[in-house]
Design a binder for this molecule. Sequence first.
Ligand SMILES: Cc1cc2nc3c(=O)[nH]c(=O)nc-3n(C[C@H](O)[C@H](O)[C@H](O)COP(=O)(O)OP(=O)(O)OC[C@H]3O[C@@H](n4cnc5c(N)ncnc54)[C@H](O)[C@@H]3O)c2cc1C
Length: 399
Amino acid sequence: MPKQKLLMIGNGMAGVRTIEEILDRNPDKYDITIIGDEPYPNYNRIMLSNILQNKMTTPEIILNDETWYTSNNITLHTNEQAILIDRLAKTVTTTKRNLTYDKLILATGSRAFILPIPGADLEGVLGFRTIADTEKMIEISQKYKRATVIGGGLLGLEAARGLLDQGMDVTVIHLADWLMETQLDAKAGELLKADLEAQGMKFLMQKATSKILGKSRVTGLAFKDGSQIETDLVVMAIGIKPEIELARHANLPTGRGIIVDDFMTTADPVIFAVGECAEHNGIAYGLVAPLYEQGKVLADYLCDIENTGYRGSKMFTQLKVSGCDLFSAGDIKENAEIKGVTIFNSIENKYKKIFMRDGKLVGVVLYGDTTEGSRLYNLLKKRRRTNRFHTCFTTSQIG
Ligand SMILES: Cc1cc2nc3c(=O)[nH]c(=O)nc-3n(C[C@H](O)[C@H](O)[C@H](O)COP(=O)(O)OP(=O)(O)OC[C@H]3O[C@@H](n4cnc5c(N)ncnc54)[C@H](O)[C@@H]3O)c2cc1C
């Protein structure tokens, strides 16, 4: 019997991990083709920050080189974009060809969200998502001096640290009161800002950008409060937008992402979505750990292996900037039900806060010393009841 044709759109981290999981389970089940619009085999997007920070090179972040595809009989079309799905004919049209499928995986990821403000299309305004973006930033840093990063979240701060490493004078513009406000509380955000300032990073807080200035290339930024700064490069790091257009045009239900059930199946039983483009139970995840969990479930499903399905993930965050050790997981907003307990060692600048609801650990923020991170994260995942906060902080840490 001929093998079923499994076609995947998107040659990124979640999609290719799913294919690896399928090959582990049943290497002979499918005739696999992958379409990727970037000109590279699958690479570790997370490590783009390390390239910008001069810690790694592009060849070092390749996860699966061309040999891996050929040795696993996978047909890879790089530099090629899928532009249309015909669900009736079960075909995908790309910029170069028509392909048929029996099963189709959408693993199109996200793109950087670019603020829709005047000047956003000027030369020197970039997102931070791809090898191409990273190379462009490095190229600009060799000609120009001043960089501005819009967004003081994880991605923005990693970009800013990288641009400092490229020798640029870097200012981070942030709308909220403190940095990484969804992962850190105000105190940890302040400690982080102080450490980054000591590294040479500048900040403009509570600033809303209204316009990017310049004729053909960027020369500055204007803010809603009437102030302006000069800059030669703008990196927008204000969030991601799941890539759902293909699915939307194919009349598959979408919200923030492509809506899937517990088996990563879309409304069409032969079309699946995995990774940042997928929305499960109202959530489109933006970190790899949950996406890899989704990949395992989908691989089981596609290989007819029993699985209870994907039930959502708990996530933790770490920042890849030397000298700023932080860890954050779970619910960290205090309210009538969630209460926080803080320990701050001001001599060593070590800050720890745990968040409890009904006697159970629901969130954690660590700054300065993250050694307890994985232990607390495991406690949090188990939703263990702890009546005394000693269970969460060892006696030596409290003292
Ligand atoms: C600088 C940076 C640092 C990060 N750091 C971390 C971190 O520390 N920890 C963490 O967990 N996560 C981190 N992430 C996020 C992580 O990289 C993503 O969650 C992960 O890459 C998502 O995998 P994906 O396969 O869903 O999407 P992607 O890896 O983006 O892959 C999707 C691929 O599909 C392609 N594509 C889209 N549409 C089409 C089309 N129509 N035709 C053909 N190809 C198409 C895209 O070009 C892309 O190559 C970071 C991301 C960046 C950018």
